[in-house]
Design a protein. Structure first.
Length: 90
């Protein structure tokens, strides 16, 4: 694990990993796990598709800086930019 691993913008600590290990070793309620939905939640009525995007390190840094500044994810920033371009009402 590198020192910059995060979940929802919060650093993952060795203590958190130890807690996850203890939880896994204690076992999980399989019935409760099966009740959860499969995959990520939908974004609307229509199915969505994952699209790969190649960015330079500078572009990623700018994207991450804006996402952090606005409290959003990379995906949210990219979707907003696409919507802005499509409607030209930014």
């Amino acid at each position: 694990m590198t020192s910059n691993e995060t979940i929802n913008g919060r650093p993952v600590t060795a203590q958190q990993i130890a807690e996850w290990v203890a939880e896994a070793e204690a076992g999980y309620d399989v019935a409760a796990l099966k009740k959860r939905g499969r995959g990520r939640p939908g974004r609307g009525a229509e199915p969505s598709q994952v699209v790969a995007l190649r960015l330079t390190l500078d572009e990623i840094a700018a994207l991450d800086a804006r996402a952090e500044r606005e409290g959003k994810t990379r995906s949210e920033i990219i979707r907003e930019a696409l919507a802005c371009n499509a409607t030209t009402s930014c």
